[in-house]
Write a protein that binds this ligand. Sequence first.
Ligand code: TXA
Ligand code: MG
Length: 353
Amino acid sequence: MTITKIWEVKQAGEKQLRMELSEAALALREGGLIAFPTETVYGLGADARSTAAVERIFTAKGRPSDNPLIVHIASRRQLDELVRPYPKLAEELMDHFWPGPLTIVLPVRPEALSPLVTAGLSTVGIRMPDHRTALALLAQAECPVAAPSANRSGRPSPTLAQHVLEDLEGLIDGVVDDGPTGVGLESTVVELVDDQTVRILRPGGITLEALQQAVPAAQIDNAGLGEPELAPRSPGMKYTHYAPKGELELICGDPEAVAAYIQKGVAAAWQRGERTGVLAFEERMERYKADSVLSLGSEDELEAAAHRLYAALRDFDGAGAQRIWAEGCQEHGIGAALMNRLAKAAGNRIIRL
Ligand code: TXA
Ligand code: MG
């Protein structure tokens, strides 16, 4: 059992933030495991060059070792040490989206990182988070920081420091608490197929539409989205993820039919004596009767829904829900990432009406 320290930095000014983070940064440099906020979700950081430190990430999370980690940097100057030459297109993506929720898979420089980070691949996913506390911590740690989401493997990603503690207290050295994260879903992971083609491996904070606008000359290959199970080019996509403890089903299609289907399911579950949950949009909340009915907000405000998703999935656990139904949404913009996470949480139990 490790004592997990908590550094509260919500109100800290610039100078105080640096002071508060010095202990956490030192712990990272010395092989510690430190959870920290980013603009997407809380990450669980370790020195990406140290195999002993990175090994602790996999142990604390219970993460399969064939699932590589994203490396976080505070400045583009760190890149040359980590990766081999890459196409101009990657640089354009960095110019547009860094700092920000875009992870770019690049050819790794041999020996630059622990082989555990890349899970033996010849590439590494790198991102520069758009979050003042994350950037300050990364700069002070003066090392590339490998950081998966700071949850136990398979659980919803943490959007609050409290979620990190629920999963990992006693297993990690500390958490930097800077309140709720922004986007609420993880970064978009992309690879470059060639000089002109960007392939989305995991939809996330940077939308397909934003990518298309930023690099209009590039082709954006969005194939990974539809059938992630058939195309596990991003190894993480093949595992059940983000799941609450209850069995979740994702219901898509005509809102009336969806509501009727769900209500029938709840009635049947109640007959079996099961506790039920419904995850719905504000527009139809009053349609549902279940042990817990949680709202993601309006279906016209999917950014806000994304921000709430993981906390809601955790709330179902708190309520002891055994069977959960979630309404689907449009797949435009952040809706693509939201639907991807819901489908994963449902272990691909998706009903289309
Ligand atoms: O927003 C995020 O990306 C958060 C925060 C903490 O930065 N991190 C995160 O890490 O979501 P994680 O480990 O939960 O997800 C990493 C994803 C996995 O799906 C993994 O398979 C993929 O990125 N990935 C990492 N390196 C890769 C590589 N070299 N090639 C393909 N996919 C890679
Ligand atoms: Mg994760």
